[in-house]
Design a protein around this ligand. Structure first.
Ligand SMILES: [Zn+2]
Length: 529
């Protein structure tokens, strides 16, 4: 499949790149003694998928080094406590007990609430217990709160929320956008590197993902990517383009002092640029809106950075040729992000920059804002898997006007935005790591409860495939080497169980990856497909 989606019978890969595409009898003479032949047996071959927004480090850690507390399958707080107790018994006594749940689990558990510190104290009173519900909501037991000196009088760090009991003013244990302030001892390099290797195989290769645009949580990740590369003779089974989160992962000045610009690295590990949080998350009700949330007329969400500081970072990154990804989930945060881009252009002039606004289009999308984005070449990056994860709860969070339509895709593509496919994988919803799952939601628009959410935003199968190939490549400045199977590009391809164009729309999600090839090497193969 090339970038205009035309197809061919065979292709040849040499030194990890495609050297020829054509008919079987044109390709055969290129075979040497050591050539590996992959016969797709008439099955559909697609370019390897690119996931344009992925938290590889935390997802690897979450799905391998934490207790799995998701609903489903765990339906009550007691079930979750039980899972955490069992996990506590399996890990060394001096380690933090950490569990992973899913987004908005308070609405999915039978009790219809988050557990509290009192619930977690039943797991342990003298060991710190932390339960995560995505990147944004984190629950701590009494021991963990003590260790962090969180009390009824303690100050709340900027951008975070610490929930307090309305009667006693004591912290309940529920925190929002507080994860970065919890000094959980890092997993050892060895634990993390094993978790990453497992994750590549189980969640990337097995789902046909050969490249990701990665948002790590700490610099340890970058170090381990390099170690994995060294241990594997310069090859990884996944190509990462990573973005430093400024300022929590690294200060802007420190990054600028390195002199790196986008594209620095090799075929497997490359620097993409920076990621900056403008506001909090939608599922923690901290996405920043012009109008308040339904549950309080004083709550508009939270800024994660002062607009002036954002603007400065954006200008600095732009000048240093680092691509900028801004997390901006609410309408007001979108506006602040767009303002920052405009100031950069005023100062340094416009060029091909591909500034991205992550999550723009999910909630309360408005055409005038996209028109502004289009004028300055900003790329919105909505997340189609979230139609399943939390579209059902949107009206409850932000009311009918803002919550009843969203996750735009059709209108954005029609307006010329190359929307990139992505999972925003953090381990909360492992199903989203499968591009066919998210493509399915973009095509069928189904929520977790089976409702159709903004069905007029439905896209075609071709458009869905393009999201995870051409468009995602473009979103990371990688269209010259990824996203289609053409001479000169990487030999990254997958064989899939069904032809997506001949599969009924409601079954796109069940298409399986049978074989995954990275740089001409078969890294995942279901025998006898
Ligand atoms: Zn994310």
């Amino acid at each position: 499949m090339d970038s205009s989606l035309s197809t061919a019978e065979a292709l040849a890969v040499h030194d990890s790149r495609i050297i020829s595409v054509g008919k079987n009898d044109e390709i055969k003479p290129l075979m040497g003694k050591k050539t590996t032949v992959l016969d797709a047996k008439g099955k559909t071959v697609l370019p390897g998928f690119i996931d344009a927004h992925h938290h590889f480090q935390i997802a690897s850690r979450t799905l391998n080094l934490m207790a799995q507390c998701h609903t489903p399958p765990h339906e009550s707080i007691d079930d979750v406590i039980q899972v955490l107790r069992e996990w506590a018994g399996q890990i060394p006594e001096d380690e933090w007990i950490i569990g992973q749940g899913c987004l908005l689990q308070d609405r999915k558990l039978k009790e219809r609430r988050f557990p509290t510190k009192h619930d977690l104290d039943k797991v342990s009173k003298n060991r710190p217990v932390v339960l995560r519900f995505g990147m944004h909501v984190t629950l701590l037991n009494s021991k963990a709160l003590d260790m962090l000196n969180v009390s009824k009088d303690s100050p709340t760090p900027k951008g975070a929320t610490i929930e307090k009991d309305s009667a006693t003013n004591e912290p309940t244990g529920v925190t929002r956008d507080f994860w970065n302030f919890i000094p959980i001892p890092e997993a050892t390099d060895e634990q993390l590197s094993q978790a990453m290797e497992k994750y590549i195989l189980q969640y990337c290769a097995a789902n046909g993902v050969t490249s990701i645009q990665d948002l790590p949580e700490s610099r340890a990740a970058v170090d381990i990517y390099q170690k994995l590369l060294e241990n594997n003779e310069g090859k990884l089974n996944l190509r990462m383009r990573f973005y430093y989160e400024v300022p929590n992962m690294i200060q802007m000045d420190q990054l600028l002092a390195t002199g790196f610009r986008k594209g620095f690295g090799n075929d497997y590990v490359r620097l993409g640029g920076v990621k900056i949080f403008v506001d909090g998350g939608m599922t923690s009700a901290n996405a920043l809106f012009h109008d308040p949330y339904t549950f309080s007329k004083d709550h508009y969400g939270k800024l994660a950075i002062e607009p002036d500081t954002l603007s400065l970072y954006v200008r600095q990154a732009y000048q240093a040729d680092l691509q900028v990804l801004m997390h901006a989930a609410g309408d007001k945060a979108n506006d602040i992000a767009l303002d920052a881009v405009e100031t950069a252009f005023e100062k340094y002039g416009a060029r091909d920059h591909r500034f991205r606004i992550e999550h723009m289009g999910n909630v309360y999308p408005q055409m005038h804002r996209f028109e502004r984005a289009k004028k300055i070449g900003v790329l919105p990056v909505p997340n189609m898997g979230f139609i399943n994860s939390w579209a059902d709860q949107l009206v409850e969070l932000v009311g009918n006007q803002r919550g009843s339509n969203g996750f735009w895709c059709r209108k954005l593509i029609d307006n010329g935005f190359p929307i990139p496919g992505n999972s925003d994988a953090t381990g909360t919803h492992p199903e989203n790591s499968n591009p066919f799952f998210c493509m399915g939601r973009a095509v069928n628009r189904k929520t977790f409860s089976g409702k159709l959410f903004s069905p007029e935003e439905k896209i075609s199968v071709t458009e869905a495939v393009k999201m995870y190939t051409n468009h995602a490549a473009f979103a990371g400045f990688e269209e010259h080497e990824k996203g289609s199977l053409e001479v000169g590009k990487f030999g990254d391809l997958i064989v899939v169980s069904e032809n997506p164009w001949e599969t009924p729309e409601n079954q796109i999600e069940s298409i399986k990856t049978l074989c995954t090839v990275v740089g001409g090497r078969i890294i995942y193969n279901i025998a006898d497909f």
